[in-house]
Design a protein around this ligand. Sequence first.
Ligand code: PXG
Length: 445
Amino acid sequence: MTILSDQLHLHPDQLGAYWMPFTSNRQFKAAPRMIVQGEGMYYTDADGRKVLDGFSGLWCCNAGHCPKPIVEAIQKQAAVLDYCAAFQMSHPLAFELANRIVEIGPKGLGHVFYANSGSEAVDTALKIALAYQRVKGEASRTRLIGRERGYHGVGFGGISVGGMVANRKMFGAMLAGVDHLPHTHNLAKNAYTKGIPEHGVELADELERLVALHDASTIAAVIVEPMAGSTGVLLPPKGYLKRLREITKKHGILLIFDEVITAYGRMGGAFASQVFDVVPDMITFAKGITSGTVPMGGVLVSDEIHDAFMVGPPGAVEFFHGYTYSAHPLACAAGIATLQHYKDEDLFARGAKMGPVMENAVHSLKGTKHVIDLRNYGLVGAVELESRPGAPGARAFDVYLKCWEKGVVLRTAGDTVAIAPSLIVKEDEIGRIVTTLREAILETA
Ligand code: PXG
């Protein structure tokens, strides 16, 4: 059936062709939540209703929806250079954006390898890690270490090092030689912590146990999210990331921070690495680099790793990896305009300034029915609800649907409801998000 592009209300028969990702397709298609426009903090749905976006799209629209300078840069670029081959040739915007990313990143990470999503960025970083160990003459270092409850996208590399059972169990053996650190979520000790939890630094020492088991000479890299987002906003215990850095360094193991969510203002700075003062060997990014406007991802790589590849005959390809759309001109134009916009509007500082507002608002939910924990850092809040017996995630999803009906969109991870508004959010909007959430929780069985 042909659908007219200006048709807002689709017939149920028209909904079947699109198999939606990470979605309860039948639930959605019975009562679609169809968005037709975005502006600032708000979506407009197909009924013309304004919905407050409390989740920056999916942790990505850090500058809000359709910011004018970014929109204009994309429009302009589309008419000037639509595409240019990514291999053995390039265009100036790719270099300009790389320089800008390096400029705001941690010292010593001087190179950018582009991808088109967080998943591709993760697989790229894992491949760089393996190839680096090999070019350095340590080809026995083939193991990759992830963490339970980690999310690193949906490529085979990402699900292998990831630690979410639903994302792994259907897909066979995945990558060989992967092991996992324990997750750091500890309600018994850290419930209702404001900011960084006090207990759990010793969980980083589990890496020593894995080294003792496998031997350092077999381990290429460790990958963790500085703050695990998708599995329910799990913050690093005090001293944990520093300890991981010390242990990886001691054993010649690379440390990769997956900053797909935490980069570009979410934690109150350009990268969580800077906010937490721990410099890894590589950082993966995506989402906020273009404020969600055009797909883009990438890996920020240390000089040491990059330089190790720059050997051999000058005409040789140094790294056999890349995508047709690596450094796509539209994405680069969007990225440059986005970083400029963050700077012009001082949005990282604005996000940091709103952090205490988020903290107070989220922790005001203490004592509300079903609530068993409240967490926050930067412009992120999380409300963990007690699961219904035998139905994990169901209660939070009901709350999500009630919030949608009330005109606020959030996101669930299991029975945790996550809040992550754009960096442009105002105090009263944070207030409205939390008030709506409280009402929705109280109305939920
Ligand atoms: N790494 C991390 C840390 C992520 O959060 C990815 C990799 C994969 O990115 P792509 O662009 O391939 O999707 C992500 C993505 C949620 C949610 O509800 C989180 C993500 C995506 C969609 C929903 O928390 N993170």
